[in-house]
Design a protein around this ligand. Structure first.
Ligand SMILES: Cc1ncc(COP(=O)(O)O)c(C=O)c1O
Length: 439
């Protein structure tokens, strides 16, 4: 007898998708390459739940990789979007909606004196880097190994062979000169920063860093390290760019900059900012933003920038975050949930643990005897991370829990994950671990 297929409809859609898109997907992680198996096709989302094309419900912790802090189809955002649609969805003109969203942000986020809306986090980063180069008249950018800043050519680069400062591209199709403008230091390593600044300080336009690196697992940095980086690059006349595409509006309205009590020169946003619609922004010091066209010489434009639907979805999301006291709710729920998970892993002697910051969590395998180890850099990552994460991912998927499909991706708790849902996930996890243990 042929084995029963868990995802017959998804398999069929994947077979069709493979004919029309590279790897059958429109963004790589969706293909399940890191965890194996058939990527589940989903047809609907509501609250914490995603429904697959097989009509099976999953408790979703991917939450569109971060934007949906209120959950799928939040009623407040839904109403704002319907209202926006009734008024027309793209003008390509001046309109009041982006103004309202920008004023709301600027009134609350001290280091954003002006901003420009774009359509993605990648675009925000690309533009912020351009502004930094124009402002300083320098070309080089300092970044950190393991920090992802979107698919901007010059930033798809990491350190080669652990030699900080020597760059190699993560992607084909990026020219040598482009790569040579990027210098790569190691997270949690003051010495690697010092070394690069000593040699190249006078050529560096800016440092860009995720102040809460969350694209290579969750590599929570020491505040002193982030402060050190900012202080040192400023001494050589370079700017500080915080990439808050994930952490912006997720950890606090003022993002990690607020949490750390720091003031970057430029900041980039995406994800939560558009409430699930394609919106990004870069902002910061007024004098720097005034360099952007039509005020200044840095060209940057966008046909669908400040799209009224995205603007109104974003504003509805942010207003609800503020009025519903979302951060304190998420803090206590995630705390309880993560300690429940840790407990389960310990009790069942499963080689996994969880790191957390605010409502962001990262389940990862651990090397023997390293349960309490801090992981702040790539060098400290557990070995064979994806191969060891995949069985847990699949076991949870079978129980109806959808984690982001890679051991390097973080999960998100949102307002829709209420206490009952989180308690049920703990039960499902216990079951999944039991089944894994039996194998
Ligand atoms: C920190 C960070 N910067 C930039 C980006 C790129 O954003 P987008 O995917 O909207 O282009 C991402 C995407 O995950 C990100 O996590």
């Amino acid at each position: 007898m042929a084995p029963s297929r868990s995802f017959p409809n998804s398999e069929e859609l994947l077979a069709r998708s493979l004919k029309i898109a590279p790897g059958g997907v429109h963004s790589p992680v969706r293909a399940f390459k890191s965890v194996g198996g058939t990527p589940v096709f989903f047809k609907e989302g509501k609250g914490a739940i995603l429904t697959s094309v097989e009509d099976k419900e999953y408790i979703d912790f991917c939450q569109c990789f971060g934007p949906l802090i209120l959950g799928h189809r939040d009623p407040t955002v839904h109403s704002a979007v319907l209202e926006a649609l009734d008024g027309g969805w793209a003008f390509g003109t001046c309109e009041p909606y982006s103004l309202e969203l920008a004023e709301w942000i600027i009134a609350r986020v001290k280091h954003v004196e002006k901003l420009r809306f774009v359509c993605s986090g990648t675009e925000a980063v690309m533009s912020a880097v351009r502004v930094a180069r124009a402002a300083t008249g320098r070309n080089k950018i300092l970044k950190f190994e393991g920090c992802y800043h979107g698919h901007v050519d010059s930033l798809l680069v990491k350190a080669g062979s652990g030699l900080a400062g020597a760059s190699a591209s993560d992607s084909a199709g990026i020219s040598g000169p482009m790569i040579s403008e990027t210098l790569v230091a190691s997270l949690d390593d003051e010495e690697s920063v010092r070394r690069i600044l000593k040699e190249h300080g006078h050529e560096i336009a800016a440092v860009i860093i995720e102040p809460l690196p969350a694209n290579y697992g969750l590599l929570i940095q020491r505040k002193e390290f982030i402060q050190f980086v900012a202080d040192e690059v400023r001494k050589v006349g370079a700017l500080v760019i915080f990439d808050e595409v994930i952490s912006g509006f997720r950890v606090a309205l003022g993002g990690m900059a607020e949490v750390l009590g720091m003031k970057p020169d430029l900041v980039t946003y995406g994800k939560i900012l558009g409430g699930g619609f394609p919106v990004g922004a870069y902002g910061g010091r007024r004098d720097l933003l005034d360099l952007v066209a039509p005020s200044g010489p840095v060209y940057q434009a966008g046909t669908l920038s400040a799209n009224p639907v995205g603007m109104r979805a974003g504003l509805a999301t942010l207003k609800k975050i503020e009025s519903a006291g979302v951060y304190s709710i998420l803090e206590s729920r995630t705390e309880k949930f993560v300690s429940g998970l840790k407990d389960l892993f310990t009790r069942s002697d499963a080689p996994f643990t969880v790191k957390r910051h605010s409502s962001i969590f990262w389940i990862h395998p651990e090397n023997a005897g390293e349960r309490k180890k801090e992981i702040r850099s790539l060098a400290a990552l557990p070995t064979e991370l994806n191969a060891r994460f995949a069985p847990l991912f699949k076991a949870l998927l079978a129980e109806g829990v959808y984690l982001p499909p890679s051991g390097y991706e973080v999960g998100f708790v949102g307002l829709a994950h209420d206490d009952a849902i989180l308690a049920s996930v703990l039960e499902k996890t216990e079951k999944a671990l039991r089944k894994l243990g039996e194998k």
